[in-house]
Every structure is written in structure tokens, then in C-alpha cells.
Design a protein. Sequence first.
Length: 156
Amino acid sequence: MEFSLRDFAKTDFETLWRIDQQCFAPGISYSQPELAAYIRLLGSFTLVAENPDSRDVLGFLVATATRHSGHIITIDVLPEARCLGVGSRLLSTAEDRLRAAQCSKARLETAVNNHAALRFYKRHSYFVVKTIPRYYADGVDAIVLEKHLFSPPADK
Ligand SMILES: CC(C)(COP(=O)(O)OP(=O)(O)OC[C@H]1O[C@@H](n2cnc3c(N)ncnc32)[C@H](O)[C@@H]1OP(=O)(O)O)[C@@H](O)C(=O)NCCC(=O)NCCS
């Protein structure tokens, strides 16, 4: 499947919120005010992946750059668009933006039981920093992961 990336436009909001509802269980997915607040956060950017012909949105990523540190707030790819490289392209483009904003590292949180995400981030050279007990509304712990953005990739 072909896809292209672009920056968020206000008219995307409802679509992105619906994708987030599909990607995460109730209690973990964002309410509309939460998602809107993250998208509007100072220093944040939102990348949208879309089908270049139909303009259907396939996924998105919200990140923020603050004081030399980047934070990947969420990355959401529609179930039917997974395993095609959309998530990888969103993540690597966000990392490029963070590097351009002089962020030396990227940090994110994911649920301990989100095995697909943990595998995905490991493949993208993220390492475990710590666990935050009962971080999510459903009582599940979060794993905090980090990546050094200016180090050479580790040998395979
Ligand atoms: C985690 C997530 C963002 C990954 O997105 P994705 O678009 O499927 O990511 P990619 O396609 O780049 O890579 C996913 C896997 O597909 C494989 N893959 C990529 N392109 C492929 C292709 N053309 N053919 C077959 N497999 C492919 C990759 O090797 C990768 O394997 P992995 O399981 O070892 O990571 C997605 O699963 C998702 O949105 N999940 C729900 C929300 C979530 O959990 N977000 C992360 C926590 S914040």
C-alpha cells in the first residue's frame, strides 16, 4: 500500500480521534479534550499518514520537543494498515524532526502488555528506562522507553 506523510490540519481532528478509539481500549484511548490538548501543546507536532489517492488517513503520530528532549505522545495506525511500514515511517520522520529541534533523545511510554508496540520500539532501537506502576486508567503498568537520537545505530 502506498502512503504519504503530511502535517496535521484542523479538519483531521475527528478522524484522528476515531483512529485513537480504534487503536486503544477504553480508559487508555484519549478523550477529545485530551487529544486536542496534546496536539496544541507548545512545541508539539502531529504527522498524518494518508493514502495519496483516496486521502484516507491511515495513522498519525503526536510528539513534542521540549528542552533537548523529545516525547512521542502517541502513534496510532489503523488495524488494516499495520505491518506495511506506516508506523516505522511516522516514527523515523518524527525522530528527524526531533533531531532538527536539537533533541538528543526521544522518550515514550507504552503498556507492559502491548507486545506489538514493545517489539516495534525495540526494532527501532528504543531501550527500557523504567516501569511506572498502574500508569494507565485500567491499572496496567507503563514501560518508559528511550532512544538516543544522535548515536550511531547499534550493531545487529
Ligand atoms: C505499534 C504500531 C504503531 C506499529 O505500526 P505499523 O504501521 O504496524 O508498524 P510497521 O509496519 O512499521 O512495523 C510493524 C511490523 O510490521 C513489519 N512490517 C513492516 N513492513 C512490512 C511489510 N511490508 N510486510 C510485512 N511486515 C512488515 C515490521 O517488521 C514490524 O515488525 P515488528 O512486529 O517486529 O515491529 C501499530 O501496531 C499500532 O498502531 N498499534 C496500536 C497503537 C499502539 O499500540 N501504539 C503504540 C503504543 S503508544
